[in-house]
Design a binder for this molecule. Structure first.
Ligand code: GLN
Length: 183
């Protein structure tokens, strides 16, 4: 398998390290030519969704990425990457999202929690995170923290409000690769 990691801004290197740990090949996408390389799935990292959206548009990546996802390219969005898939951004997922849902300053915290389809509690690190306020048809909720939805899936699209790439546990990445059809 070969995974494309959107590397315009944010925590893209951490995703590459995570994939290295489980021996999965990846490459960074910084422009259209990178994106057009052969790939089995795409990761959109955390960072600042306003910046990532602007760069996607400036680099003429917005339409190709959107079309790719809508046509079935498996995608995993973490934090700002989750926001990127909602109706106000790439619009590929049937979710409504509240940005900076935990407040801007005191919004970073860590918990261990259940994730549907993973057999143990996983570490969840939140950094000025969003959560999902509403899911529509076809969306399966995978994790909740304090009653708020922090992970969900729709077909081959996976999103987490937390950053699995910032901890040692590789389970969520492995879940994604399985979902993408590789394991
Ligand atoms: N607060 C950021 C945003 O709204 C997301 C933070 C993150 O990705 N860690 O885009």
């Amino acid at each position: 398998m070969k995974i494309a990691i959107l590397a315009l801004q944010g925590a893209f290197e951490e995703h590459r390290q995570m994939l290295l740990k489980i021996c999965v090949e990846s490459f960074f996408v910084r422009n259209l030519a990178d994106y057009q390389q052969e790939k089995d799935a795409l990761i959109i990292p955390g960072g600042e969704s306003t910046t990532i959206l602007k760069l996607l548009k400036d680099l003429s990546l917005y339409e190709p990425v959107r079309t790719g996802i809508i046509n079935g390219l498996p995608v995993f969005g973490t934090c700002a990457g989750l926001i990127m898939l909602d109706g106000g951004h790439l619009g590929s997922m049937n979710i409504e999202v509240r940005r900076n849902a935990y407040g801007r300053q005191l919004g970073s915290f860590h918990v261990e929690g259940r994730f549907e389809g993973i057999d143990h509690e996983i570490p969840m690190t939140f950094i000025r995170a969003p959560y999902i306020t509403k899911v529509g048809g076809g969306v399966e909720v995978l994790a909740k923290v304090d009653g708020n939805i922090v992970a969900a899936r729709q077909d081959k699209q996976l999103v987490t409000a937390f950053h699995p790439e910032l901890n040692d546990d590789t389970s969520v990445h492995e879940y994604f690769l399985k979902m993408a059809g590789g394991r």
